[in-house]
Design a protein around this ligand. Structure first.
Ligand code: PLP
Length: 433
């Protein structure tokens, strides 16, 4: 067992300062045993906690660090921006540079606006969708996460195509009444909701690669279906690419599937490990935003120069020839090694992956496309596996519903070693059953 003495002391202190000892809930390690590890340092694909335990990190700050920790190009770009100060509340050249990098290499957006988090990007994008269409309701899907704005903290109500109910205290029913929550991968549910409320639906928002509640890879034909019904009914198709943007391809899942969304949001990778979000659309739609249009949205630290400089350096690396092919190839080999071992041994276990995103499922079905298909009991197995993996120096996000990320710093050699350790961990888990 790894020593957690320092982390335990720090967590005790943190609990007197922050609700549950954390500044974002999943960090509290509630779904796995033990206290959260307090991380003091990251370099490449590795992190070290305050007790000096070393781990290969597959959480990668929940996705932003596609180049791993402390990447030299990102660090030096941040350092050179820092020399000139941290914030001006006035336009800087760096915003142009990052904006142009994105727009030039992305056929789906004419203009973007920078904000400071994924939540803010989605919240603003929803306001824009409503302002542009003059409609109030939105459709979202069970199993997709879009940050913690009020109208998105909504879960399915009872029955098909009914209004959602709030999934958090403090969200008025009047808000959740404007959000329709549907199961993923169910065309009929979408048709029915449009039959009932079509004239008042501003947008259909989806993670085109749902990766916040397991990895629920959708069929391309389903995403094409959403594109088609949106176009036919004057509804905007909203791709929340906060995870998938710059991850599965430079222009995200839209590029991977070759489907044009009407509004798209980015976060995580776009800021190179600093807080940046963005939303984008066509000129016509983006011109509704203030100061040009009457949809208001602003931010004191939006387009922050230090954060822009981190994003610029990171996205330049992502634009290098073969970047995404290489990421996918290494991830695929890693996942295949583990999957082959599991299937040879007859374990009820399988890793799903797309690009450099993977997810551990305790199942042997061909595909899992909706949250209802995830077995809640399998989370006990995840919890046991999690602690075995930690002891072997492998760090994942501390919940079985979270995905893992491979960065460029996870070389073939590292992944080879980790896959062997992973197979051992599976043996330990399944032999103890
Ligand atoms: C992480 C995430 C968000 C929220 O972004 P924050 O920066 O945590 O506010 C929104 N949508 C998706 C798809 C995400 O993965």
């Amino acid at each position: 067992m790894i020593s957690r003495q320092k982390s335990e002391e720090l967590f005790m202190k943190a609990k007197s300062l922050f609700p549950g000892g954390v500044n974002s809930p999943v960090r509290a390690f509630k779904s796995v045993d033990g206290v959260p590890l307090f991380i003091k340092k990251g370099d490449g694909c590795r992190i070290w906690d305050e007790d000096n335990n070393e781990f290969v990190d597959f959480c990668c700050s929940w996705g932003p660090l596609i180049l791993g920790h402390n990447h030299p190009a990102v660090r030096s770009s941040i350092e050179s921006a820092l020399k000139n100060g941290t914030s001006f509340g006035a336009p800087t050249k760096l915003e142009n540079e990052l904006g142009e990098l994105i727009i030039r290499n992305n056929p789906y957006v004419d203009k973007i606006r920078f904000v400071s988090s994924g939540t803010e990007a989605v919240m603003s994008g929803i306001r824009l969708a409503r302002g542009y269409t003059g409609r109030n309701k939105i459709i979202k899907f069970d199993g997709c996460y879009h940050g913690h704005a009020d109208s998105l903290l909504v879960k399915a109500g009872s029955g098909l195509a009914t209004f959602g109910t709030s999934s958090s205290a403090g969200v008025p029913e009047a808000f959740s009444n404007e959000t329709i929550v549907l199961p993923l991968n169910d065309e009929e549910a979408v048709q029915e909701a449009i039959r009932q409320h079509g004239d008042d639906i501003a947008c259909i928002i989806i993670e085109p690669i749902p990766a916040n509640n397991g990895l629920l890879i959708q069929k391309k034909s389903y995403l094409e279906f959403l594109r088609k019904v949106c176009t036919e009914n004057g509804i905007l198709l909203f791709f929340d690419e906060v995870i998938s943007g710059f991850r599965v391809a430079f222009a995200g899942a839209a590029e991977l599937y070759n489907i044009k969304p009407d509004i798209v949001t980015y976060g995580k990778i776009v800021g190179g490990g600093l807080p940046v979000g963005a939303y984008g659309a066509s000129d016509e739609i983006m011109n509704q935003i203030s100061p040009l249009g009457d949809v208001y949205q602003a931010g004191t630290l939006s387009g922050n120069p230090v954060a822009m400089s981190a994003g610029i350096a990171q996205l330049k690396e992502c634009l290098k020839v073969g970047f995404y092919e290489d990421q996918e190839k290494r991830t695929k080999e890693f996942v295949e090694k583990i999957n082959n071992h599991a299937s040879n041994k007859g374990y009820e276990f399988e890793m799903f992956s797309t690009g450099s995103i993977f997810w551990l499922a305790f199942s042997t079905v061909d595909a899992i496309r909706s949250s209802a298909e995830i077995r809640a009991e399998s989370m006990d197995d995840f919890k046991k596996l999690y602690s075995i993996l930690l002891d072997k120096g492998i760090y994942l996000g501390p919940s079985g519903y979270e995905v893992g990320f491979v960065s460029t710093a996870h070389t073939e050699k590292v992944l080879d070693n980790v896959s062997a350790l992973f197979c051992e961990a599976l043996d330990e888990l399944f032999h103890s059953k």
